[in-house]
Design a protein around this ligand. Structure first.
Ligand code: AMP
Length: 215
């Protein structure tokens, strides 16, 4: 984990990386982590298995640790959207793993399960929310989620989300968040179609493009 020390990551995050047994950053992590830590918007091409989840989760947690909410206010400060519940669970588990030495609350929300349990979790307060678009929209419509304090927004596997027909949901979700200039936006996708480029133009501010090496 020593070679992760070149990044501006806290002792707590470095410790969780050490626990995970990672020897060195992957290619996408080397390229993207410093840029995300600088606060840049990112458009990243990365397949599953490249370490992309840690690539956005570690700097996201660092941002939350650096900038605690003023006046003791609470609210959802980081939002990760994934196309499927399996991926949401995976990301949620990474947030718990890398964030185990930080006192942040995270939860995972998707459809097909009881909504009331999710409502009470949201009511108790969450810093990091990982979810699929459809169920998040249900919560938005029922006013059981407040996205007005989101500081970091991550779209994971954006191409799959578009393939699954989530574009309108994503647009509606973007409409209830602070303006995109007021938050950091990260878009991860395995492929780049014209549709993804259009979404990126809407979502990202002067993004840095990061590409994983072809394997
Ligand atoms: P992902 O591409 O995010 O689905 O990650 C694939 C797998 O790589 C996960 O099991 C991670 O725990 C693991 N991983 C992430 N970063 C590293 C790293 N720097 N070194 C070794 N394994 C890693």
């Amino acid at each position: 984990y020593m070679s992760f020390k070149k990044f501006a990551l806290s002792a707590e995050l470095l410790r969780s990386i050490q626990d995970a047994g990672y020897e060195k950053p992957t290619s996408i992590q080397n390229k993207a982590i410093p840029l995300i830590l600088e606060g840049k918007d990112i458009m990243a091409t990365a397949q599953t298995g490249t370490g992309k989840t840690a690539c956005f989760t570690l700097p996201m947690l660092q941002h939350l640790q650096n900038n605690s909410l003023k006046n003791g206010k609470t609210g959802i400060r980081a939002l990760v959207l994934t196309p499927t519940r399996e991926l949401a669970e995976q990301v949620g588990s990474s947030v718990r793993t890398y964030g185990r030495y930080l006192s942040l609350r995270s939860t995972v929300i998707y459809g097909g399960v009881n909504i009331n349990l999710q409502k009470s979790k949201l009511k108790r307060g969450v810093d990091v929310l990982v979810c699929t678009p459809g169920r998040l929209l249900d919560h938005i419509r029922q006013q059981t989620v407040d996205l007005s304090k989101v500081e970091i927004f991550i779209l994971d596997e954006a191409d799959r989300m578009l393939d699954m027909g989530f574009i309108h949901d994503i647009r509606q979700i973007m409409n209830v968040m602070p303006e995109n200039q007021l938050r950091q936006n990260l878009l991860f996708s395995a492929t780049f179609s014209d549709e993804i480029k259009q979404l990126a133009e809407r979502l990202l501010n002067q993004p840095e493009w990061v590409q994983d090496e072809k394997r």
